[in-house]
Design a protein around this ligand. Structure first.
Ligand code: URA
Length: 431
């Protein structure tokens, strides 16, 4: 049996006592954890020590690169197109990948969107797309590469080969209260993106009630950390800092979010979804060498929609098929007339999850037609008795728990009252 070069307990003590781990120690720790030599309880102690005491810049870089080295790396050098990717740190009603990937691909750029499923109150892109009859998330490597070359946009499951150390570590963090930690989030996201091999990356770093990090300053710190990691690894990286205090758009769920995305691709849709899609598309295209691309024109004239239809068909989906409809719906009406002054993202995300749009355990199925449609957004005038939002589910027993989550989540004030949105949608840019 090979002799291990370090003792994990020494490494845990070092981080516990606010010391710094060396490159060799971090490389060994990630390799030993991936191959099962370091036990989960030891890694739990390590992640909690990192959560409490942080990590220096060099440690974060070493951790990221060690996780990249734990698996395979994709190689897009055989493609005739430039690659550019987008990653969102996750939010409520965040369906932006759906209109964005085909929009950017309609300019002749390859957009490899390796995506995940939802866990907890943030939805998963694959869950949303799976509400389209026939669409499949799992592609072979050949299918993936050929779709990238021929259609340009691919949204598919990431598979377990990229940064497997992160997969194991993320599952551990999820059950040990160590998710909301900048060094761990930054290394987790960027290890997958660097392993994926994209030439350029635009990060949508969210802050606010529906995001991992509530505080905008912490959001900026996360954005700066990830931009530095990407740039140092040779990936052209920029980040937008975006506000997640209010749900994005008017649909929270799966099938209803697909419907709203198709509205945007048809030249309509809610203003905030359009604004964020256009802003991220401009950043992605600028990194791919097209800073003057007329993004709005591609939405208005149907080019982005054509690419969407090709993207869905290439993965077995029928872009014209009817989307699933819920078994039961309940409308919640305005208790008084006035102006909607608050609509808090987190409780709406939790309510949609409780209605069946999300899952509590990784192995649970989701209900594709469940979720919430918002009929009013902050700043809108409402009349007593008018619909504020509609909840959908396949199991009516779920309405009660969803309504519990929504207690105090929205408020109506007198016209002229302050509207609590936490500031503009796009709060800053890093890169
Ligand atoms: N998404 C990830 O992939 N990792 C994190 O740590 C948080 C969000």
């Amino acid at each position: 049996m090979a002799i291990e070069p370090f003792d994990v307990v020494d490494l845990i003590r070092t981080k516990r006592d606010r010391g710094e781990l060396s490159t060799a120690q971090i490389n060994w720790m990630i390799d030993a954890y991936t191959r099962g030599y370091i036990a989960s309880e030891q890694m739990s102690a390590m992640t909690m020590a990192i959560f409490l005491n942080g990590m220096g810049r060099d440690e974060i870089r070493d951790l990221t690169l060690a996780m990249v080295a734990s698996g395979k790396r994709l190689d897009f050098s055989g493609l005739s197109k430039k690659t550019t990717d987008k990653h969102s740190t996750g939010g409520v009603g965040d369906k932006i990948t759906l209109p964005l990937a085909p929009l950017v691909a309609s300019f002749g750029v390859a957009v490899p969107q390796l995506s995940g499923r939802g866990l907890g109150h943030t939805g998963g892109t694959l869950d949303k797309l799976e509400s389209i009859p026939g669409w499949r998330a799992n592609l072979s490597n050949d299918e993936f590469m050929s779709q990238l070359e021929n259609v340009g946009a691919v949204v598919c499951a990431a598979g377990s080969g990229l940064a497997p150390a992160d997969g194991k570590l993320y599952a551990l963090r999820d059950i040990t209260g160590t998710v909301e930690c900048i060094p761990l989030i930054a290394s987790s996201i960027m290890s997958k993106k660097i392993a994926e091999g994209t030439a350029a990356l635009v990060l949508d770093v969210k802050f606010g009630s529906g995001a991992f990090l509530q505080d905008p300053d912490r959001g900026r710190e996360l954005a700066e950390t990830m931009v530095r990691l990407g740039t140092d690894a040779g990936v052209a990286t920029v980040a937008l800092l975006t506000n997640m205090n209010v749900p994005l758009g008017r649909a929270i769920g799966n099938a209803n979010e697909v419907r709203e995305s198709v509205d945007v691709l048809a030249g309509g849709g809610p203003d905030d979804v359009i604004a964020l899609t256009v802003a991220l598309a401009r950043e992605m295209l600028a990194l791919a060498g097209q800073p003057d691309a007329d993004v709005e024109a591609a939405l208005a004239d149907g080019r982005a929609m054509d690419t969407w239809r090709a993207m869905i068909s290439a993965q077995g989906g029928d872009p014209s098929a009817a989307l699933p409809t819920p078994k039961e719906s309940t409308v919640v009406v305005a208790p008084r007339s006035g102006v909607l002054v608050r609509q808090d993202a987190l409780p709406f995300g939790i309510a949609a999850w409780r209605l069946g749009a999300g899952r509590a355990r990784a192995q649970d199925p989701v209900q594709h037609a469940s979720g919430i449609d918002l009929h009013a957004k902050p700043g809108d005038l409402v009349t007593a008795g008018e619909p504020l939002f509609t909840m959908h589910t396949d199991e009516p027993a779920r309405f009660e728990r969803a309504l519990e989550a929504l207690e105090g989540a929205y408020a109506i004030g007198d016209p002229g009252s302050e509207i609590h949105t936490g500031g503009p949608l796009i709060a800053g840019r890093v890169g």
